[in-house]
Design a protein around this ligand. Structure first.
Ligand SMILES: [Fe+2]
Length: 271
């Protein structure tokens, strides 16, 4: 009888110890201490989820430490077939230079951001401090858009496209003429200031889009293959308000070999 009583007491004691241990263990493992999630730094996160880097150049992104105005790859008067020398000088030396200056000034407050490329910041604007977000959007976008723009024009431009881009344009739009017409229309339809672009979308298709102000297609997950600036500062001296005429003449200076380099770069990224 006594043995039976002692055995019951022992079982109760052991059960009690077990329950207390479980309770203590539960208290010592709050949710916050469950395995630490891997926090990917913004740049890595952006690169891993974005299909198309780099963007400013076929082989590299734009540095922000500090941002620098790239030299024009030709003389101011090289593009006279479409754009006069005075417009080129003002556009590059004043407008583009101002975007670079404003971007650097904004980033001075946040030196840690200078380690990120301009593209990385534009792809992830919400990760930036709110007080400089719009400045980076406008001026980082302006720096990126114009850097691409200078490269995809040339004094030797103007012929019909060749190579991979010619094939892809024909497949997507039926013909170069149909593509050019649609591109010009998209540029005319951009109300106010902005850009018209040929982009590659996430489904690996070519698409014509326009963007407002200095917004970049990369903000929408699109890769810019080529783009034309439809701000008035790009054409007003020669064309005044005749944007359609500027859009039409612009094809005389389009640098298809550079555009093919951009197409090949994105094909390799995806391949
Ligand atoms: Fe511009």
């Amino acid at each position: 009888m006594i043995i039976k009583f002692l055995r019951q007491q022992f079982v109760l004691f052991v059960t009690g110890i077990f329950l207390v241990s479980v309770l203590v263990a539960c208290q010592r493992t709050p949710i916050a201490e469950s395995p630490t999630p891997t926090v990917t730094p913004a740049t890595e996160q952006t690169l891993s989820t974005t299909q198309f880097p780099p963007v400013a150049y076929p082989d590299r992104e734009l540095s922000a430490s500090p941002a620098e105005l790239p030299e024009l790859p030709y003389a101011y008067n090289a593009l006279e077939k479409a754009i006069d020398a005075e417009t080129m000088k003002l556009h590059h030396d004043r407008h583009h230079a101002t975007y670079v200056e404003n971007l650097n000034e904004a980033l001075q407050k946040y030196p840690e951001l200078q380690n990120r490329s301009v593209e990385a910041m534009l792809r992830d604007l919400n990760s930036l401090p709110e007080d400089i977000r719009e400045t980076v959007r406008n001026n980082g976008g302006g720096h990126l858009n114009h850097t691409i723009f200078w490269q995809i024009m040339s004094s030797n431009g103007g012929r019909e496209p060749t190579g991979e881009i010619a094939q892809q344009i024909n497949q997507t739009f039926g013909s170069f003429d149909a593509f050019r017409k649609q591109f010009n229309q998209e540029g005319e339809d951009r109300f106010g200031s902005g850009w018209v672009w040929l982009v590659r979308n996430a489904q690996n298709q070519l698409q014509i889009v326009n963007t407002a102000n200095q917004d970049s297609p990369i903000m929408e997950g699109l890769y810019p293959i080529m783009g034309n600036d439809v701000w008035e500062h790009a054409y007003y001296l020669r064309y005044q308000n005749r944007r359609a005429e500027y859009l039409n003449n612009w094809w005389n200076v389009v640098n298809w070999s550079e555009i093919n380099r951009r197409v090949q770069a994105v094909s390799q990224q995806q391949g």
